[in-house]
Write a protein that binds this ligand. Structure first.
Ligand code: SAM
Length: 334
């Protein structure tokens, strides 16, 4: 069992299949001067510094032996990796609960793979319901494809969560529209407070905090019901009375939810991070390649986990120069 010094059991691993993405989201892709060397190439080229299919499976199995019960496949955009189908199928065979986060652009190519791998819950990122703004935010005119793919998931009874990063001046005026989407469809919209990462144009006045989001939603929806949150939940969950779906808020900025954290991360180049905002990482891929004891490294990485926000503090912690492994969200695996 993977327990940290605060008694938190860690049984949830997020594996990044790639640090590349086919979208250039304004709030995610670092500006060129901040781009990690590893993410300057195109989507389909993977150097030897990246985990191969078999290395991903080997490391996943070691984590599972150590007590991991749930794996989230993420990236970059996981579905742009050439061997994504094979990796998803093989992870499915490990018997762990498998889920995925995607920008939604390539879902239609993977429906059979998801089913074969036993995936029935998928998070899709969608920051706007306006086609022009979608283009502006992602640099791709894919709104219709993504919306159709979300419908495809719903038609096939997947549990669908929508991740919307709320940014003042861009999409805060769409909060009510997203909530209205939950009236007929069983979608679970998650409003995410805009977080700072190196080079992502974060500014304090671009953040809309949870309280403000709720105020905006309450202007059009009076019957907001607070739902119960699970101990490991990263969200505060709500529902409008008699609506089919739910909405929730990820309050990393206004009210970090680290107390119940059970998450570990593995970057696409095989580095373990004990927190999204961790200042250090542990090179599991090199250890695997040289035959070292990976389990031992996993345990010692977890032993160094801080209680909150990777040991960072202050409003712009994600931008701190002191961080020795300053990666973008794409480089870590969101
Ligand atoms: N490509 C996939 C996708 O689009 O969902 C997976 C990777 S993406 C980095 C994972 C999640 O991180 C997305 O939901 C995205 O909206 C979120 N994200 C990226 N940068 C963020 C930021 N600065 N603040 C809050 N959320 C962010």
């Amino acid at each position: 069992m993977l327990k940290d010094q605060f008694g938190r059991i860690h049984d949830y691993l997020r594996i990044s299949l790639t640090d590349r993405c086919n979208y250039k989201c304004l709030y995610c892709l670092p500006q060129p001067e901040h781009l990690d060397d590893s993410i300057k190439g195109d989507c389909n080229s993977h150097g030897s510094d990246q985990m191969s299919t078999s290395e991903i499976i080997s490391l996943a199995k070691i984590f599972i032996c150590e007590g991991v019960k749930k794996i989230r496949i993420t990236g970059g955009e996981p579905l742009v990796r050439k061997d994504a189908s094979m990796i998803i199928r093989e992870l499915g065979m490990t018997g762990t609960k498998l889920v995925l986060t995607t920008n939604g652009s390539r879902i239609h190519h993977f429906m059979d793979v998801f089913k074969e791998a036993g995936i029935n819950s998928i998070n899709v990122s969608l920051d706007t319901l306006n086609r022009d703004l979608f283009h502006k935010l992602t640099q791709r005119d894919d709104f219709i494809q993504v919306k159709n793919n979300i419908q495809l998931l719903l038609d096939h009874n997947f549990h669908v969560k929508i991740n919307m990063v709320v940014m003042n001046g861009y999409n805060e005026n769409e909060l009510a529209d997203f909530v209205e989407w939950t009236k007929e469809e069983p979608v679970h919209v998650r409003f995410i407070e805009f977080m700072p990462f190196p080079g992502n144009k974060w500014q304090p006045d671009r953040v809309i905090h949870a309280g403000e989001m709720l105020e905006i939603i309450a202007r059009t929806h009076s019957e907001i019901i607070k739902l119960e949150d699970g101990v490991h939940d990263t969200t505060k969950k709500f529902q409008i009375k008699n609506y089919n779906g739910t909405f929730s808020i990820i309050t990393t900025m206004s009210e970090p939810f680290c107390g119940g954290c059970n998450r570990l991360r593995l970057t696409s180049d095989g580095k373990m991070r004990n927190c999204l905002f961790s200042k250090t990482e542990t090179d599991l891929l090199s250890a695997l390649r040289s035959g070292e004891d990976v389990s031992l490294l996993i345990r010692s990485c977890l032993a160094g986990k801080h209680f909150q926000l990777g040991g960072n503090s202050g409003v712009s912690w994600g931008l701190e120069e002191t961080s020795s492994h300053r990666r973008s969200m794409m480089g870590i695996g969101g």
